[in-house]
Design a protein around this ligand. Sequence first.
Ligand SMILES: [Mg+2]
Length: 255
Amino acid sequence: MVVSDLDGTLLDHETYSWQAAAPALALLKQRGIPLILATSKTAAEVRGLHRELGLGALPAIVENGAGLYRPGVADGAEPGYARIRAALEALPDRLRQRFRGFGDMTAAEIAETTGLPEQGAALARRREHSEPGLWMGGDGDLRAFLQALDRQGIHARHGGRFLTLSLGRTKADGLRQVAAELSPDTVIALGDAPNDVDLLQAADIGVIVRNDHAPAIAQLPEEAVGRIRRTKKIGPEGWNDAVIGLVQELQKAGD
Ligand SMILES: [Mg+2]
């Protein structure tokens, strides 16, 4: 099974194209090796790409591991998001007013904040498992805000401009859930950024795809023993070389 991050990994950082990875994608399909997408995007955002890649009924890891996308299951069927929003509304006004989540914004505001086109922002707003938002208060109130949410079982993670609230699951939890369903012999994971490290470490083999536009992943202990490797080429080109190389290597080891 191959589990892959999207932006900067399978998709080119600039153009969002996966075309350079087409040979490796065809090889996976030919060998019947499942490809599991793992992204910060929502189910609504990932559906089009999932279909374009011909991934059929395979699930995808969405909202940074907070949930799974299952093709054919309607959006909004998950209780996690409602629980997070209810926890926010239960906060004292002083703290609640300092957090502006996607659920408090219009699609136009999300587009302005994220740089997404407005149509994309509308899909990013269709959340099921996690709530990104902007913190607009000081550090003292932030501590109180995080403590009050923690008491309600809500976890917060800082990433770029956003503070993202979830029930605490990561991409690695998503990987373990899908692996338990599909029982693969070997799990290969690919990612390009520090928020992919837990995913890479949860796999049998991790691949750090080079991305010169993102903060680098510091040297990991697994690299010394070859369990995590790095690509020379960036984005989908590096992805293509790594996946073809690993499929051949594992096949030889299995013969
Ligand atoms: Mg990425």
